[in-house]
Design a protein around this ligand. Structure first.
Ligand code: 1PR
Length: 552
């Protein structure tokens, strides 16, 4: 029968596979969902994006009677593509969820990354593929190309699974990046979040190529692999990420605009003091995707105002952006429990709505400060009820970012305060030589008696997976990041820290990566005003031996 542009999707309902759906649609295919075991056998091409924990996924597959049809399908030699947990489930088992058996098609047990190596887990970001053998499926990838990962468990290459392992990546140890045997392939990385390269890998799987065309592609891949030296130094391993951030709010006419403040003041300095308008959220996000941003973040900067869930303006923005942007999307502003129009909305419900609309991560600002205050008041004890803990428990810690909005407080003598002080890079307004960083809530409108380092440590203990570290003093100034702040916070926690506020030139990115432990750096104004391009930033980084993802 004629090859229809249709692919069957095994979405067992344990989580959000919106981005996989969007990527498939972007490639011109329609989706048939598996709703009963016989749909698996009837599929011509099957994509299996795993989400959630290993044990939970196996439970659902067993309850729905999908296990045997899935094994039979893969063994039948029909095209199969598993993603992330959808790859791990092919192995014999996993130590996740207290130790569980998997589908048993590939030898080996999936295990947690070895934390004794001191590397932050989850492994989040863009890493290179070390391709072990040629394949038509990775024909679009060059050896130094990077793909997007987010996971805490990994499978290891070993003698017994050489027939399957196609590529590995390195994160303190070599782990399995992609497997392939006959027409079955699966990746630990997320092709649907790996930019144009990821879409090309998926396209390579979906396109109904003839056996000759596939053999020719594999041949070309073999020649490419043989002709190029294996990447090393900064060209191999996890890249430092460059993130474009869009502060979004309604202007005085009620239009949703991307705005940008100066020390958080987003109104024009002159005239009617209108809200600055730097463009439309979805259009700008799409531009940043095309220009090679590693991630895009949207912050609803008036999210401290309560409004019914159905009216949250960012939901529509995310839905539209996720059809156009195939790198991770973060949304922040208003991620907390609230009541509006007589209804209660728990934080988890709010977050779920954003994940369903296309967010990969949510970013929590004000609510994290209040939660951290309670944490210290309770003698450094978590209580399980905070937004951070609840969202992290259900969606994984990689999905929870905490956005810190600190402001410098200058002191003449560190003995004046209980907070951690550092020598100020410039003296304060009255010649003070020291400063600490006071956390604020409601977009800098209210200062609290907790510093950025205390907050970072508390939210890490609660289960946050990443920190977006702003600095109100540097925001919009274009003078560079607050290096002392980024250094102090990244030394205080093991989770990745995103440096934010103050980027004015490519050299500021290189500088923050060379002199602090930041895993990513974020900018807004210079990108919106087209003063600096994302590619210029990446080239400056790469030219100075800072690992950067430079997309072809
Ligand atoms: O408190 O959970 O509702 O979250 C509110 C979110 O909105 C927080 O993440 C907070 O940082 C953000 N926010 C609130 N008010 C403002 C404002 O500008 N008036 N924006 C605001 C924060 C900071 C960065 C900015 C960088 C880089 N903006 O996002 O993009 O400073 O700017 P630059 O490169 O131009 O210097 P909640």
């Amino acid at each position: 029968r004629a090859a229809a542009k249709e692919v069957t999707l095994l979405d067992y309902g344990a989580g959000n596979v919106r981005s996989v759906r969007n990527a498939i649609k972007k490639l011109g295919y329609s989706i048939k969902d598996v709703s009963k075991p016989s749909d698996i056998a009837a599929a011509d091409k099957l994509i299996f994006p795993g989400v959630g924990a290993f044990g939970q996924a196996m439970d659902v597959l067993q309850q729905k009677d999908y296990v045997q049809p899935l094994v039979d399908y893969i063994q039948s030699g029909k095209p199969f593509f598993g993603i992330c947990l959808g790859m791990q489930l092919l192995f014999e088992g996993s130590t996740e969820s207290g130790g569980r058996e998997g589908l048993g098609l590939i030898a080996g047990t999936v295990d947690h990354f070895d934390t004794s190596r001191g590397l932050p887990v989850p492994h989040i970001g863009w890493n290179t593929l070390d391709q072990l053998r040629a394949s038509d499926l990775l024909a679009s990838a060059a050896p130094s190309d990077r793909v997007y990962y987010v996971h805490s468990y990994r499978a290891m290459p070993q003698e017994a699974n050489v027939d399957w392992v196609l590529a590995t990546s390195y994160y303190g140890e070599d782990f399995v990046a992609a497997v392939c045997k006959g027409n079955a392939m699966a990746t630990q990385f997320h092709p649907e979040k790996s930019g144009t390269l990821g879409l090309n890998i998926l396209r390579g799987f979906l396109e109904p190529e003839s056996a000759e065309a596939r053999a020719a592609a594999a041949d070309a891949n073999a020649r490419q692999l043989a002709g190029l030296a294996a990447p090393e130094g900064p060209d191999r391993g996890l890249a430092k990420r460059v993130i474009a951030c869009l502060d979004v709010r309604s202007n005085d006419n009620g239009d949703l605009v991307v705005t940008k403040g100066d020390q958080y003041d987003v109104r024009e300095k002159e005239g009617e003091r209108d809200v600055r308008n730097l463009g439309k959220p979805v259009e700008l996000a799409a531009r940043y995707f095309d220009e090679g941003a590693d991630e895009v973040a949207f912050l609803n900067i008036t999210g401290f105002r309560d409004c019914p869930l159905e009216d949250l303006p960012m939901l529509g923005v995310l839905q539209a952006a996720s059809e156009r942007v195939f790198v991770p999307l973060t949304v922040g502003g208003g991620i907390r429990g609230f009541s509006a129009a007589g209804k209660d909305y728990p934080a988890l419900t709010v977050a779920a709505e954003y994940f369903r609309s296309g967010a990969d991560k949510v970013s929590i600002g004000s609510d994290a400060v209040l939660a951290a205050e309670e944490y210290y008041a309770a003698g450094c004890k978590t209580n399980g009820s905070t937004a951070i803990e609840q969202i992290s428990e259900v969606y994984g810690k990689q999905a929870v970012v905490v956005s810190i909005d600190p402001r410098r407080v200058y002191v003449k003598d560190p003995a004046e305060t209980k907070h951690t002080c550092v020598k100020a890079s410039e003296p304060g307004p009255e010649g003070e030589a020291w400063c600490w960083w006071q956390c604020t809530v409601k977009g800098g409108r209210e200062g609290r008696d907790i510093d950025a380092i205390q907050l970072a440590k508390a939210v890490e203990a609660m289960g946050a997976g990443e920190i977006m570290l702003n600095c109100i003093d540097n925001d919009g100034k274009g003078q560079g990041f607050d290096l002392a702040l980024v250094d102090a916070v990244s030394k205080a926690v093991t989770i990745p820290v995103i440096a934010s506020s103050g980027a004015g030139a490519p050299k500021h990115f290189t500088e923050v990566f060379q002199s602090t432990g930041a895993a990513a750096a974020l900018a807004a104004g210079i990108f919106h005003r087209e003063e600096v391009g994302i590619i210029e930033v990446k080239q400056h980084m790469a030219g100075n031996r800072v690992p950067a993802r430079i997309a072809a």
